[in-house]
Design a protein around this ligand. Structure first.
Ligand code: ADP
Ligand code: MG
Length: 251
């Protein structure tokens, strides 16, 4: 496994609450690392610390040896950190193709592309259509993103994220609220893309987690309480007590 992202001893407190404490994780190329745990465990906060949306009180984050700790969200994205949100971030008022183009444009240096030059925008449109094809969204290219189903929006969001060529993809509940069939499509999609990057997957859908994950880390009250293969995590009494065996594993 080629190690891509390493976080060591990340900590974040809000007032007196330790939302994330002593959080260490390694993400390798071709690996899906699932992060599970009850609502409020600190999963989204951990992702926000990795992306730079929140600054850690302590700890370090490196991507292929480059220290990201002092970098802005934008700089971390440039370095190869891609993320999606728990709530979808596509622009509803624009078409699916326009959303895809924005993602590709964000990746293109402004001096390389005059927006008025049709000759330069055409290859980008072709590229955008390729992405839409790969994600089974080409028939929806001219539709408003706001008209897509939840599952289609989720796919678009990941396609837009991949357009930035991330080395590491951070996914915060990509299947939440999806229909069974959309969820299954998402599982297949993640399986197909995982070879070329490292994926951190926060997800409540345990079927998806156990199907996809190479490693599962379990968080409770800000800390990782177990980290192992899905087979071992399934049987860990501590994990079952803290999460899997609870009355309500969702939220
Ligand atoms: P999860 O994603 O695992 O459900 P979160 O990371 O969202 O959990 O939250 C972890 C804890 O930190 C929760 O108790 C939550 O209320 C708290 N928290 C998260 N973000 C903030 C914030 N911006 N300000 C204060 N408390 C927060
Ligand atoms: Mg969350």
């Amino acid at each position: 496994m080629t190690k891509l992202l390493t976080a060591v001893n990340l900590k974040k407190s809000f007032g007196g609450l330790n939302a994330v404490d002593d959080f260490s994780i390694e993400l390798g190329k071709g690996e899906i690392h699932a992060l599970i745990g009850p609502n409020g465990a600190g999963k989204s906060t951990a992702i926000n610390l990795l992306t730079g949306e929140l600054l850690a009180d302590q700890g370090s984050i490196t991507l292929e040896g480059q220290d990201l700790s002092g970098l802005s969200t934008w700089q971390r994205a440039q370095a190869g950190l891609g993320r999606t949100y728990q709530i979808t971030s596509v622009i509803n008022e624009l078409s699916v193709l326009e959303n895809m183009l924005i993602a590709l444009l964000a990746q293109t240096q402004q001096d390389q592309i005059g927006l008025t030059h049709v000759t330069k925008i055409t290859p980008l449109i072709d590229q955008a259509k390729h992405y839409l094809q790969d994600f089974d969204l080409l028939p929806n290219a001219e539709n408003l993103a706001g008209e897509l189903s939840h599952g289609e929006q989720g796919r678009l969001e990941i396609a837009m994220c991949l357009a930035t060529n991330p080395k590491v993809l951070l996914l915060d509940e990509p299947m939440s609220g999806m229909s069974l069939i959309d969820g299954k499509n998402m599982i297949a999609l993640l399986h197909n893309i995982k070879q070329s990057m490292a994926i951190l997957l926060v997800e409540h859908d345990m079927e998806a987690v156990f199907q996809l994950a190479d490693t599962v880390s379990v968080m409770a009250s800000g800390k990782i309480i177990a980290s192992d293969s899905p087979q071992i995590i399934r049987k860990d009494p501590l994990v079952i007590e803290a999460y899997l065996g609870g009355d309500d594993a969702s939220g």
